[in-house]
Design a protein around this ligand. Structure first.
Ligand SMILES: NC(=O)c1ccc[n+]([C@@H]2O[C@H](COP(=O)([O-])OP(=O)(O)OC[C@H]3O[C@@H](n4cnc5c(N)ncnc54)[C@H](O)[C@@H]3O)[C@@H](O)[C@H]2O)c1
Length: 252
């Protein structure tokens, strides 16, 4: 295992996949980690960070910062806070995301814009803000959380699948633009993962979705976190511009 010395930021990292990524990075690669989010239980970001820090229990420092990932100035404020508290940023995980599903016939313009802003513009915001310190230090790992529906489409998710396909295009372009500064940019495309986002599905919907999953189970947030930690490790130094599907074999 590598020496833990890196510093990471995870957007939307207070729960679900983002929190699992934060915990995994803290166990493997990082000496300090920061989550940004719009809300946490009780709205006490310090208490939430301390709770996660105690859960991890290996001395990794955990920070929380209230920021809306769809707002550029709030992304810049997050990076400034990270540089002040952690001394820099080595790993940027763009994970914040939402769904507002509906067939296009019934999808409102507001729900299209909201999903694009939170899922796609946020990736522009945080990449642009984090690349400055990364370029200066000539080191960085950026991992963007896309989705299999950005690759294959899904009825009822025109806004969401467009945002995730956008994340994939953005990832490949950034991999090309930032490679000369030793910054790797990759995406993970999760399949069907058990979190708050999928908890609204009823048993029949889940069963129907699982017929398309060769491994015949939903993924756990930790399944995504382990793949992210690999892409953030030195074992992945020669990997950039890739989309890794972690989906039980759904897309192949
Ligand atoms: N769960 C799945 O099956 C699945 C599949 C593919 C991709 N994903 C992606 O994984 C990522 C994490 O999703 P999850 O399943 O953990 O969902 P989740 O709803 O549990 O977590 C999403 C997090 O993002 C935060 N968030 C929402 N809007 C935000 C904003 N404007 N600014 C900052 N943070 C914001 C939420 O507060 C929450 O903490 C998302 O990008 C999602 O699209 C999830």
């Amino acid at each position: 295992m590598e020496e833990r010395k890196l510093r990471a930021i995870i957007t939307g990292g207070s729960r679900g996949i983002g929190k699992a990524i934060l915990v995994e990075l803290a166990k493997r690669n990082c000496i300090s980690v920061m989550f940004s989010d719009v809300a946490v239980e009780g709205d006490d970001f310090n208490a939430h960070a301390k709770k996660i820090e105690d859960e991890i229990g290996n001395g990794t420092k955990v920070y929380g910062f209230k920021a809306d990932a769809s707002k550029f100035d709030e992304a810049e404020a997050t990076i400034a806070e990270a540089v002040e508290k952690m001394g820099g940023v080595d790993i940027m995980i763009n994970n914040a995301g939402i769904t507002r599903d509906n067939l296009l016939m019934r999808m409102t313009e507001a729900d299209f814009d909201l999903v694009i802003n939170i899922n796609l513009k946020s990736v522009f915001n945080y990449t642009k803000a984090a690349m400055r310190p990364m370029m200066k230090q000539r080191y960085g790992k950026i991992v963007n959380i896309a989705s299999v529906v950005g690759l294959m489409g899904n009825a009822g998710q025109a806004n969401y699948s467009a945002s995730k396909a956008g994340v994939i295009g953005f990832t490949k372009t950034m991999a090309r633009e930032l490679s000369s500064r030793n910054i790797n940019v990759n995406a993970i495309a999760p399949g069907f993962i058990e979190t708050d986002m999928t908890s609204k599905l009823n048993d029949n919907q889940k069963e129907a979705l699982l017929t398309n999953v060769p491994l015949k189970r939903m993924g756990q947030p930790e399944d995504i976190a382990k793949a992210v930690a690999f892409l953030c490790s030195s074992d992945a130094d020669y990997i950039t511009g890739q989309v890794l599907t972690v989906d039980g074999g759904m897309v192949m």
